[in-house]
Design a protein around this ligand. Structure first.
Ligand SMILES: NC(=O)c1ccc[n+]([C@@H]2O[C@H](COP(=O)([O-])OP(=O)(O)OC[C@H]3O[C@@H](n4cnc5c(N)ncnc54)[C@H](OP(=O)(O)O)[C@@H]3O)[C@@H](O)[C@H]2O)c1
Length: 353
């Protein structure tokens, strides 16, 4: 099979011929139809993100494809089934040793699992743990790239799931101009949020988001003046903010973070999903007296995948919201460069092996 291989950090992906994978107990092999390329893939591949990824590897965290062959223990999956391949692999003996297939691992103990599944979706075929494959029902093969939007939608869904967003609640999405924050606004609307205060620095992107998603979305452009930003958020919310979903990136300031997080109501929930490097610096007494739930959330539970597929099937979520750019596997390096230069909230760059 053909695959895009990262042989060394800082090198371009090389298109190589690799042996076809064969499924064993606990795994299936999928013909990859489409695989998403994140806007920061270039920084993973040049080594600047310091991701732990043993090389050489076929990168690619998950994707959409058709089952090619199943292992001896598969009970329902059949060759030909259209599936979403979930990149989060949880070690069966220790949940802390979670890895992202074809992307990275974090703990030393997870190395054996990573070595088994370091190869991901930037290839014609990939081997995936059986439980990481979810049937999505029949689709038009031409839509496989668009179905990669699932990965973008599932991440914020994980935070909304963890925070138990309820219909009618008021939500603040911080970092709403980004890929995951913007998707979070769309998912929260589908889940029935009554009002969503969407914050970020880029007023134009926020205005576009609100124009596209409707009047339940209230954009607030951050100015960097914490008091003014807090007032603008309160004005836009008009009612207590039940939950904050934060997707601010590593560069964000504590001022911006606080303006968003501290907007939550007494007894509200804060879900941290971004990558902020600044000290959190939240006041102990503020958290305690206001009975705030503060929770970090990484990715989403496995049960979220079929639920999100059902929301798409029910037209609660429109995959047409993404601007799709598709590249053949041979142009993997062009796809990585394109994704880096076009990392807007609606942009979806995919490889079509
Ligand atoms: N928890 C998880 O499971 C999970 C999964 C995936 C990703 N993440 C993390 O989520 C974060 C967001 O990812 P993403 O792909 O959505 O990011 P993104 O699209 O690259 O950026 C998000 C937004 O950050 C804002 N931003 C950029 N520089 C900033 C600065 N100096 N100060 C304040 N805001 C700044 C930009 O909006 P404005 O210009 O409008 O401010 C941008 O739209 C990342 O840190 C990522 O690592 C977490």
């Amino acid at each position: 099979m053909k695959a895009a291989v990262l042989n060394a950090f800082g090198q371009a992906l090389a298109i190589e011929t690799r042996p076809d994978p064969t499924p064993g107990p606990g795994s299936v092999v999928v013909d990859v139809a489409a695989a998403g390329v994140t806007g920061y893939a270039d920084r993973v591949f040049d080594g600047s993100r310091n991701y732990r990824l043993e090389l050489p590897a076929v990168p690619g965290p998950g994707g959409i494809g058709r089952v090619r062959a199943v292992g001896p223990d598969a009970t329902r999956l059949q060759p030909g089934d259209w599936v979403f391949c979930e990149p989060t692999i949880r070690a069966r003996d220790e949940v802390a040793d979670t890895i992202l297939q074809g992307w990275t691992y974090r703990t030393d103990a997870a190395l054996p699992l990573h070595l088994l599944y370091r190869d991901g979706s930037y290839a014609e075929q990939m081997m995936v743990p059986t439980e990481n494959v979810t049937r999505i029902g029949d689709i038009d093969p031409a839509d496989a790239g668009r179905w990669c939007g699932l990965s973008r939608l599932l991440v914020p869904y994980g935070g909304l799931w963890a925070g138990d967003l309820k219909p009618g609640e008021t939500l603040l999405v911080s970092g709403a101009t980004g890929g995951f924050g913007g998707a979070g606004v769309a998912v929260a609307l589908a889940m029935g949020a009554g009002r969503i205060v969407a914050t970020g620095r880029n007023a134009e992107t926020l205005a576009n988001l609100a124009a596209r998603l409707g009047p339940r979305v209230r954009p607030v452009a951050m100015t960097g003046d914490e008091a003014a930003d807090r007032q603008a958020i309160a004005d836009a919310a008009a009612s207590p903010i039940d939950m904050v979903l934060d997707f601010l990136p590593r560069e964000a300031s504590r001022t911006q973070l606080h303006a968003n997080l501290m907007a939550v109501r007494h007894g509200g929930r804060i879900m941290l999903m971004g990558g902020v490097r600044a000290e959190l610096g939240l006041d102990y007494n503020w958290l305690m007296h206001r009975e705030i739930t503060l929770r970090g959330v990484w990715m989403y539970p496995p049960e979220a995948v079929p639920r999100m597929v059902a929301m798409i099937r029910a037209s609660l979520i429109d995959l047409g919201q993404f601007d799709l750019a598709e590249f053949p596997l041979d142009d993997a390096n062009a796809a990585v460069a394109y994704a880096a230069a076009n990392a807007g909230p609606r942009q979806l760059t995919v490889l079509r092996p």
